[in-house]
Design a protein. Structure first.
Length: 86
């Protein structure tokens, strides 16, 4: 088990060479920062099984290389932004 607590820092969006982010099954809370949409090389984003809330930012639709997105078992609301399907 991981016990990373707190929110996802918006500064994570500056790490534009990241290919994979795996922070599932930790104790992250708060909202998804829109700056994650700046991770232009990201292929895998695993944030499932946390305590994230709010909506999914439309900026995630800018992740042109994204192959897999896991946000299951959080407290997110609303629907998937249409930008994620393009």
């Amino acid at each position: 088990e991981n016990f990373i607590r707190g929110s996802i820092p918006s500064e994570l969006g500056r790490l534009d060479r990241l290919v994979s982010v795996s922070l599932g099954d930790t104790q992250l809370s708060g909202s998804l920062p829109s700056e994650l949409g700046n991770l232009s090389n990201l292929e895998f984003l695993y944030l499932g099984m946390n305590f994230l809330n709010g909506s999914i930012p439309s900026e995630l639709g800018r992740l042109g290389h994204l192959r897999e997105l896991n946000l299951k078992s959080n407290r997110l609301s609303g629907s998937l932004p249409p930008e994620l399907g393009s």
